[in-house]
Design a protein around this ligand. Structure first.
Ligand code: PAD
Ligand code: ZN
Length: 362
């Protein structure tokens, strides 16, 4: 089968012939139908985050089950599934207390370089990425890395839920637990930020302020639920948000992964407000906060994959889509072939796209 391999950072992905073994007892072999391009993949391609290379990237996907291991009862061949990198064991302390995204069992949630699920007829090891590696025609994954979905859900829209949508929506609903009427700011309206805006609308937030440097993104944000828009090119973002809200917001979400915007997210909070950092700030970089702000009970927290319980959350997101509340069609800016993947990442880097998806049957 074909897969897009990252050999070296800051070099294009190369399409290679790759194979996967038969599923082990708790593994599932999936025919990949759609894979979304997420900015997290780009962070690794640019070396802002370390990963053993060569590797097959990709972690936002949907497909059809081809084969299951001897102990798998959850799915059968033909089932439609969405993948999630938040693979869980179900038995560690974090899983049993409901925080499955923080699963600590490394025999299930394997560390980078640990799994042996990809081979390519060379001596050098080919690494699986985040226990998934979606930029490949087939994926071999643990059964707890997938959720079964209804078959009338279009797979290109389902794939988006696998990372971008669950991350943005979950940051609002699960991590920050935004309640009706509260004010929300989302800094960075790409695939993940748009899901935070749509999630805030579903949660019944009051003011929803979208911040982005791209006017086209701000326009789409308004369609998805933003009540106000802020363009950083029109002046200090923190001051613009303070002026709009009469002093600050209840919840801010940084969905970009930069030091300056993480600091802005904290500085724009009303007393008692909470900043949630979703973006991946380059590995090793520190952020600076004004210590006095903690005296007024301002808080800052991280959010991993929207603190999801994906076996419950993803089918619910599909129901929201079916009821017209989650506007997944608006996310897709381009449908690409696997061979066009580098073009997709170039467009992401230029800030042109919300989401590009690889259609494996195209
Ligand atoms: P994206 O590239 O689609 O979107 C980034 C957006 O930011 C674009 O719309 C840009 O126009 C906009 N932008 C650029 N500069 C500014 C600025 N100065 N102020 C405001 N907006 C600006 O990225 P994405 O949505 O795929 O991912 C966003 C981040 O979320 C990225 O860091 C990614 O790694 C991270 C992420 N985190 C998790 C998690 O579990 N925490 C999961 C998935 C993605
Ligand atoms: Zn992602």
């Amino acid at each position: 089968m074909k897969a897009a391999v990252l050999h070296e950072v800051n070099k294009p992905l190369v399409i290679e012939d790759v194979s996967v073994p038969n599923p082990g007892p708790r593994e599932v072999l999936i025919r990949t139908k759609v894979a979304g391009l997420c900015h997290s993949d780009l962070h690794f391609m640019e070396g802002l985050y370390p990963h053993p290379l060569p590797a097959v990237l990709g972690h936002e996907s949907a497909g059809v089950v081809e084969k299951v291991g001897s102990d798998v009862t959850y799915v059968k061949p033909g089932d439609h599934v969405v993948t999630c990198l938040s693979v869980f064991c179900g038995t560690c302390d974090n899983c049993t207390t409901g925080r499955t995204v923080l699963c600590t069992d490394t025999t299930v949630k394997m560390l980078p370089g640990q799994s042996n699920r990809l081979s390519w007829g060379r001596k050098e090891k080919l690494n699986q990425f985040l226990n998934l590696s979606s930029f490949a025609e087939q994926m071999l994954v643990h059964e707890n890395a997938i959720v079964k979905i209804r078959k009338d859900m279009p797979l290109e829209l389902a794939a988006l839920i696998g990372c971008g949508v669950i991350t943005g929506y979950g940051a609002v609903v699960n991590t920050a637990k935004v309640t009706a009427g509260e004010s929300v700011v989302v800094i960075g309206c790409g695939g993940v930020g748009m899901a935070a805006i749509n999630g805030a609308e579903i949660a019944g937030a009051g003011r929803i302020i979208a911040v982005d440097t791209n006017p086209a993104k701000l326009q789409l944000a308004t369609k998805l639920g933003a009540t106000d828009i802020v363009d950083p090119r029109n002046g200090d973002v923190v001051q613009q948000v303070r002026d709009l809200t009469g002093g600050g917001v209840h919840h801010s979400f940084e969905v970009l992964g930069r030091k300056e915007t993480a600091e802005q997210a904290f500085a724009m909070l009303a007393p008692g407000g909470t900043a949630t950092i979703v973006g991946m700030i380059p590995f090793g970089q520190k952020i600076e906060l004004h210590g006095f702000d903690f005296l007024r009970e301002r808080k800052i927290q991280g959010s991993s994959m929207g603190s999801n319980h994906f076996r419950v959350d993803m089918p619910r997101l599909i129901e929201f889509y079916m009821r017209g509340k989650l506007h997944l069609e608006d996310w897709i800016s381009a449908k690409l072939k696997l061979s066009e993947i580098n073009e997709g990442f170039a467009n992401m880097k230029a800030g042109k796209t919300v989401r590009s998806v690889i259609m494996f049957d195209a």
